[in-house]
Design a protein around this ligand. Structure first.
Ligand SMILES: *Cc1c(COP(=O)(O)O)cnc(C)c1O
Length: 398
């Protein structure tokens, strides 16, 4: 049996997306060309823009197509340096950015880089469930803060933040509000106006669309500076000939999410509950990470002290099951997940954690198979680890 439980890393193309993209393969015109080939490509790009905008309650001219979720996040944070240094005429932004300790690396590493280029960056702590502390945010906000960037749902533990309240607080002190909604859009309803956002990030491949395409929402009138310069594309906000096929695929993916999202949440919630209960009943000495209720419906993060996460991943892979340890970008490195550490999980426990993320094709049979394989996998790894003492210190024999 092959079981893909790594949907937060990436998702397969929705069959309808695949079909539409395959049919559009012949479309090669440049959307900037005025002839029939160009007009055909332009029409498809604008149709996708309409769908993406409609999905999040934005205006069509507020959507910028970009090359990835990472690029969208880099664009927002880097724009801030341009605004601070007045390369955007008439704009003088404040020099402090507030973000959190559990953001995706594309936000955290860009923030570190900006700190070397004149920005002041403040990082919000999170509690044991991964929620930021609104009082701490309040104490950090002041008239020096230009941007607040807080992710809507965490990719490793699934925890949601109260973006509406955070945005209200940020904007009432005159800061702009950005949210990395890559994991949230397409799973829960998102409306940029109801939430009070200035920027929002979307990625195609996390919502059954193609890789290498994303969308950035930019509220009308918000200071903006392109991250990729040198072309009039996207109204001068992102240079480079449009990824027409990718954009078309993203538009179709959004359309399919709109149709399937609501029913799916309940179904995945039930699968996750079964998985959680089964793991609890069958395996000793475990703990779940992330918020027990206010988290993504398909994301379950579990710690198995005494079992190295990488070993669990490889043994499960031998049985045909795909999971992840922390974020895919961090695997390959032995650093424990920055997200789990921020929630107060100790380094040993963080090392013994896996993320199971379900998706639209996940079934109860797959969950049952997982619940059959996982207990013996953990037992086997723990039995090999001479240093594992249940409930004691877990000095793994790495
Ligand atoms: C995957 C992901 C990204 C990066 O998106 P890409 O399109 O892969 O660059 C950013 N933020 C979060 C929360 C993600 O899960």
């Amino acid at each position: 049996m092959k079981v893909y439980f790594d949907h937060n890393a990436t998702t397969p193309l929705h069959p309808e997306v695949k079909k539409e993209m395959a049919e559009a393969m012949e479309m090669f015109g440049n959307p900037s060309s005025m002839h029939a080939w160009g007009r055909e490509a332009r029409a498809n790009v604008e149709d996708a823009r309409k769908r993406v905008a409609g999905f999040i309650g934005a205006g069509e001219d507020e959507i910028v197509f970009v090359g990835s979720g990472s690029e969208a996040n880099n664009t927002v944070l880097s724009l801030f340096i341009c605004a601070t240094n007045q390369c955007i005429p008439g704009t003088k932004m404040r020099s402090t950015i507030i973000t959190t300790k559990i953001e995706h690396p594309c936000v955290l590493e860009t923030s570190e880089c900006l700190a070397h280029r004149g920005a002041r960056v403040k990082y919000l702590d999170v509690d044991r469930y991964g929620k930021i502390d609104l009082d701490q945010l309040e104490s950090m906000l002041g008239d020096d803060v230009g941007l607040v960037s807080v992710m809507m749902a965490n990719n490793e533990i699934g925890t949601f933040q109260d973006i509406e309240t955070i945005a209200k607080m940020a904007r009432s002190c005159g800061a702009l509000m950005h949210t990395d909604a890559v994991q949230a859009v397409g799973k829960v309803p998102v409306d940029v106006n109801a939430l009070g956002l200035d920027f929002l990030t979307i990625s195609g491949h996390k919502i059954y669309g193609p890789k290498g395409v994303g969308a950035l929402y930019v509220r009308k009138g918000t200071p903006y500076c392109p991250f990729i310069r040198g072309g009039h594309q996207e109204r001068g906000r992102r240079a480079g000939t449009e990824n027409t096929l990718g954009i078309l695929g993203l538009g179709k993916a959004v359309e399919m999410r709109q149709l399937e999202m609501a029913g799916e949440a309940e179904r995945l919630g039930a699968l996750k509950a079964a998985l959680r209960k089964g793991i609890e009943e069958r395996i000793d000495d475990i703990s779940f990470n992330g918020h027990p209720t206010d988290s993504l419906c398909g994301t379950l993060n579990v710690s198995f002290p005494g079992a190295e996460g990488e070993s669990i991943l490889l043994y499960l892979d031998l049985e045909g099951i795909a999971v992840s340890t922390g974020s895919a970008c961090a695997s390959g490195s032995l650093d424990p997940s920055h997200v789990l550490l921020a929630t107060g999980v100790d380094a040993e426990r963080a090392h013994g954690s896996i993320r199971i993320s379900l998706g639209r094709e996940s079934t109860m049979q797959e969950v049952e198979y997982m619940l059959d394989v996982l207990p013996r996998t953990i037992k086997r790894i723990r039995d090999m680890s001479t240093a594992y003492i249940k409930g004691g210190t877990h000095a793994a024999s790495r």
